[in-house]
Ligand binder design. Structure first.
Ligand SMILES: [Zn+2]
Length: 298
């Protein structure tokens, strides 16, 4: 952020002191941190969760409160994904920039259509998605729309640097379009192919490729797999021979391993998001990785 302080000296000389200061961006999930870093290369970016953590459930730790207290903007998926912890962080951080309704509090779900909206008002667990599936970072087209949303918001709250944000966005968009063409070719090969999942974490990617979910290891959305339920999936899994049984890095994959042993179908444990400290540290390499893993399993 460029804060320009104008000072008039006693001699009437006019000096402009340019105290350029980068934005501090707090993100709820690492995918938005990775995207923000590309859209605001100068910014200080922090993610509240990482690829080995379930973003539905984290603790409102003091270190997170202090990070949110320092933020100029917070970028979160929304749609209830952070309902268990973000309100507590906001309350304790008491930072007016990131309270609900402020320009600095960006819930991305407000700018994309979510899938799997629940019809019923009654839920047996809290780990469901009443406002639709919030794992929309795994749809490359929604990501492209959200890059614009994020960039526009950055430009609005940091007007002095808006040109830099616009340039970064244009650069990002041209790279993304190039990657999209490669991903679309891979998606064509996966279209219609069956797959077994555990939770709806990969739903957007599966929909985008046109793959077909034949079973979910969760007996009900948000309910951890049980042996009885896994047993009930053996016959269909053997018969339909899916590409893979998918789990992600933060899930307990015991049931998936068991079903794989029983049926001979490959168990693929994939990152649900970017790993900021690893090789798959941006959304582009995440899609490259996920699609090549799925193609290799098929
Ligand atoms: Zn979920």
């Amino acid at each position: 952020m460029q804060r320009i302080a104008s000072k008039c000296s006693a001699l009437g000389l006019f000096a402009v002191v340019n105290t350029a200061q980068a934005l501090t961006i707090f993100t709820c999930e690492p995918e938005w941190a990775a995207l923000s870093k590309q859209l605001a290369p100068e910014a200080k970016v922090f993610s509240a969760t990482h690829a080995y953590q379930d973003p539905h459930y984290i603790e409102a730790r003091p270190s997170l409160i202090s990070k949110l207290a320092q933020a100029d903007i917070a970028i979160c998926s929304g749609a209830g994904l952070e309902a268990g912890w973000l309100p507590a962080l906001q309350q304790r951080a008491s930072n007016r920039h990131v309270v609900d309704g402020a320009a600095g509090m960006l819930y991305l779900s407000q700018f994309v259509e979510t899938i799997d909206k629940q019809e019923t008002a009654f839920f047996s667990t809290e780990h469901v998605h009443p406002e639709g599936n919030p794992h929309f970072h795994l749809d490359p087209e929604r990501v492209a729309k959200l890059a614009v949303v994020i960039s526009q918001r950055l430009q609005a709250i940091d007007t002095d640097s808006s040109q830099q944000y616009q340039q970064a966005l244009t650069r990002w968009q041209s790279n993304w379009q190039q990657s999209m063409q490669a991903w679309q070719r891979q998606a064509v090969a996966l279209k219609g192919r069956p797959v077994v999942v555990q939770h709806t974490g990969f739903s957007y990617l599966i929909n985008w490729t046109g793959m077909d979910v034949i079973a979910d290891l969760e007996p009900e959305p948000g309910v951890p797999p049980t042996m009885a339920h896994a047993q009930s999936l053996v016959a269909a899994t053997r018969q339909k021979q899916p590409v893979a049984i998918l789990t992600n890095w933060y899930q307990n994959d015991r049931a998936a391993g068991w079903l794989s042993d029983k049926t001979g179908v490959k168990h693929l444990n994939l990152p649900a998001t970017v790993d900021l400290k690893g090789d798959i540290n941006n959304l582009r390499s995440l899609f490259d990785h996920l699609l090549s893993q799925l193609r290799a399993a098929d």
